[in-house]
Design a protein around this ligand. Structure first.
Ligand code: GLY
Ligand code: MN
Length: 469
């Protein structure tokens, strides 16, 4: 097999658990198809759907599966290669051979799906499917199920989403091992950037060494690398700047293993040997906030509580240097901290870097009792719910000085009692700092996944100084 799977019992057991949570009907799980870049045969790197990987493990384009809950049968649909394909791709196992390796003994040609679904529709059997995110799968579902494309998400199965989230949120030991492996490859990526950067280089030169480490790990990137001297732009994918002494690099990058489990870390380091005093002041606030948040991780606490405490810590730290004023808890309640911390504190991590985000943030990161906030800042908190043993998540506080936001709030006179705009103006070109690591929630607290990166100011400056020798 040209891809790696867990032992067949892992998949059999996962499907058994899924089936046991349902009353009746069919579960239709869509695999992904090849996706053209600029003409049909020039495709993007193939990425299988994560839920399909979770239950069926087959890392091959053009598959789908139907689980019949009433009969318990499981069937995979696909297309065996002909000699016309094999001359281009080389020989591959047949669909049936692949399916056997993950404990599925019924396979059919892809075209058979439509017939099975039509007969289920004719006999009024429920068909459970997930909200599609790939446009080609939207077209297929729309045609098979006779639902307009823009209504597919409304017709997707909330009970299926909830069952899958419940299962995928608690990582099995074999998954934690894979995420740990991904996080170690991710650590290699960050160390490569820190050990390579010199003033005068282009950001894209650093991006290339970061990507190389992901490839060397046997997988690839878990998301498009963010590497920039303008770290205040949260998802900055522009890599054309020349890096200069006095600036900082914010590198947010991650690997996924050859089994598609993700790592996701962020480091911020000076282009030169050392941070400036101003940079050190802000870095310390972020690092202290990070350490405090990590110290709070344990089952039973909500991530929203940890986030709110982190927001207060950021606000208090900035108060010590005169950028903010007033009561930190009040400021956070009003949303004033979002001038500096516009995003959330972290997200679930697993087969997706934002694990299961395609299933809906409300279901993955919140609960029936906790609805996602709409307040600027807090609305970007992807994970708020009570933590459970076996969750894997990121902790990634940051401080970002965004000139457009500063100008906007200042001109509106917003939060004048909490923000000293005169002092803040001295930081408008500062950029941003983020520190991010990956953790599994244990029975009593948490454990770091992947080895620790240089994180304190002295650790980072020591690494950076050696690069100039
Ligand atoms: N590492 C990118 C993100 O968490 O959004
Ligand atoms: Mn992240």
């Amino acid at each position: 097999m040209h891809f790696k799977t867990f032992d067949s019992h892992t998949y059999i057991q996962r499907r058994q658990v899924l089936k046991s949570t349902f009353g009746s009907g069919l579960i239709l799980l869509m695999g992904n198809h090849e996706s053209p870049i600029n003409f049909r045969d020039n495709t993007y790197r193939f990425r299988q759907d994560s839920t399909f990987l979770y239950y069926f493990g087959l890392d091959v384009a053009g598959l789908a599966a139907i689980i019949d809950i009433d009969s318990g049968s499981e069937r995979i649909f696909g297309t065996d290669l002909t000699i016309d394909d094999i001359v281009w791709t080389g020989p591959l196992p047949t669909l049936s051979e692949m399916a056997h390796t993950i404990g599925v003994y019924k396979t059919s040609a892809y075209g058979k799906i439509e017939i099975i679904l039509s007969s289920a529709i004719a006999s009024n059997r429920p068909i459970h499917f997930l909200p599609p995110y790939r446009y080609d799968n939207m077209i297929r579902l729309s045609e098979w199920l006779h639902i307009p494309i823009n209504k597919l998400a409304d017709h997707s199965s909330i009970s299926l989403i909830k069952s899958i989230v419940r299962q995928r949120a608690i990582k099995e030991a074999c998954e934690i091992d894979e995420i740990h492996r991904a996080a170690n490859i991710t650590a290699n990526m960050h160390e490569a950037a820190m050990n390579f950067a010199l003033p005068g280089m282009k950001e894209y030169e650093l991006v290339s060494v970061v990507h190389q480490e992901a490839l060397k790990g046997g997988g690839d990137l878990s998301f498009a690398t963010i590497l920039t001297v303008n770290g205040e732009t949260l998802h900055n994918h522009f890599h054309g700047n020349t890096i200069k002494e006095g600036q900082m690099i914010l590198c947010d990058a991650g690997a996924e293993t050859n089994m598609h489990y993700a790592g996701d870390m962020t480091c911020t380091f000076p282009v030169g040997r050392t941070f400036t005093q101003k940079q050190k002041d802000i870095y310390e606030i972020v690092l202290n906030t990070h350490e405090a948040a990590v110290g709070n991780l344990k089952p039973g606490i909500t991530y929203k509580e940890i986030y709110l405490k982190a927001c207060e810590n950021i606000f208090s730290g900035l108060k010590d240097i005169g950028i903010t004023k007033g009561n930190p808890a009040e400021a956070v309640h009003e949303g004033a901290h979002a001038m500096f911390f516009q995003c959330g504190l972290g997200h679930m991590l697993g087969l997706d870097v934002h694990d299961m985000e395609d299933l809906g943030e409300q279901y993955v990161g919140y609960s029936d009792k906790m609805v996602k906030s709409t307040q600027f800042g807090m609305k970007s908190l992807r994970l708020g719910r009570t933590l459970e043993t076996g969750f894997v998540l990121t902790v990634e506080p940051g401080i970002y000085f965004i000139p457009t936001l500063i100008d906007m709030w200042r001109s509106e006179g917003k939060f004048k009692d909490f923000i000293d705009y005169e002092k803040l103006d001295q930081y408008r070109d500062f950029s941003g700092i983020r520190v991010e690591e990956d953790f599994v929630i244990t029975k009593t607290g948490s454990a770091l996944l992947g080895r620790s990166l240089p994180k304190t100011i002295s650790e980072i400056e020591e690494v950076r100084s050696k690069v100039f020798m």
